[in-house]
Design a protein around this ligand. Structure first.
Ligand SMILES: [Zn+2]
Length: 304
């Protein structure tokens, strides 16, 4: 193609037209994207501004409602002043997790089957964790002592186990917790350091209050443990086979498992399944251990 030929000018004109279309279109797209980015930023900034406003208002009313003496330089919430002995030492730096570990936990005891559970654990040479419910009978105290003497961990579960009552306020939770914690200490001579929330740390009864309760309990040094393996023995219908399967089926996928069982007369299937569960866990190379506050907790995640 010769410069100056008709074909040359044709190409030149076509190229110019193409450029006249492509360049403005490209610029349009670029600025449209930029514009929407800036819009989003403005929106986010105004949201933040709104939140600051709400928080300031909340803070002013909270100060009036919850905080003690206005003249104090350091404010504390009233419930923080309750039960001055309800504190334990904790050192989060010292978490000491064992790989491939399983923690068997039993809620709601002591019960008429506690003795049998202890027998199985002893035969299999395994230590577990019991999250107990307050019981003022001498039989229950005897069982509690036996659990402790056998080297298992005892944690607080509840005094009343009535969800609507326990989760009605932070004060109600502390009062329920304190009675069982004191009972455990009086009977066994050891202060419990860990606990399990009735119904798990996040449930339909404690919506709106669980963050406050968790914060207060952590401030007092207590660690709580939910579970990542549910034996399913709380369900209305179960068999020793379903309990066994629920525990062992996915256990190999977990480097650390906290298993939920119940220690209760109605849960005989748990007792029946327990020996096979322990054998199977051992056969797959798991280390079965009791919980202590040196184990990093497994907890349900916050909804927001
Ligand atoms: Zn329970």
């Amino acid at each position: 193609m010769k410069i100056g030929s008709v074909q040359f000018y044709k190409r030149l004109i076509l190229t110019c037209i193409a450029l006249m279309i492509i360049v403005p279109t490209g610029l349009c797209i670029h600025f449209a994207v930029k514009n929407s980015e800036l819009n989003r930023e403005v929106e986010a900034l105004s949201l933040i501004k709104e939140n600051i406003y709400v928080d300031e208002q909340w803070f002013a009313s909270a100060k009036q409602t919850f905080f003690l003496d206005e003249n104090k330089t350091e404010y504390s919430l009233e419930y923080q002043e309750l039960y001055p002995d309800l504190y334990v030492e904790r050192n989060e730096e010292m978490f000491d997790d064992v790989p491939n570990s399983v923690y068997l936990t039993f809620d709601d005891g002591p019960s008429p089957v506690t003795k049998d559970i202890l027998k199985v654990l002893k035969e299999k040479d395994v230590k577990a964790t019991f999250f107990v419910v307050y019981n003022d009978s001498s039989e229950a105290a005897e069982l509690l002592r036996e659990i402790a003497e056998e080297g298992h961990t005892i944690g607080v579960h509840s005094t009343t186990h009535i969800y609507s009552q326990i989760y009605s306020s932070v004060e109600a939770f502390l009062s329920d917790f304190e009675m069982t914690a004191t009972w455990i200490e009086e009977v066994t001579g050891n202060k419990p350091e860990i606990f399990r929330f009735p119904g798990g740390s996040i449930n339909i009864y404690n919506e709106g209050i669980y963050q406050t309760i968790i914060a207060e309990m952590l401030r007092r040094g207590y660690l709580y443990y939910d579970w990542n393996v549910d034996s399913g023995d709380a369900a209305r219908f179960y068999s020793k086979y379903s309990i066994y399967n629920n525990v062992v089926k996915d256990i190999d996928k977990k480097d650390k498992a906290i298993v939920l069982f119940h220690d209760s007369l109605q849960k005989k299937g748990t007792l029946q399944a327990l020996p096979d569960i322990i054998d199977s866990l051992k056969a797959s190379g798991k280390t079965i251990l009791p919980l202590t506050n040196q184990v990093k907790p497994i907890t349900f995640s916050y909804i927001n």
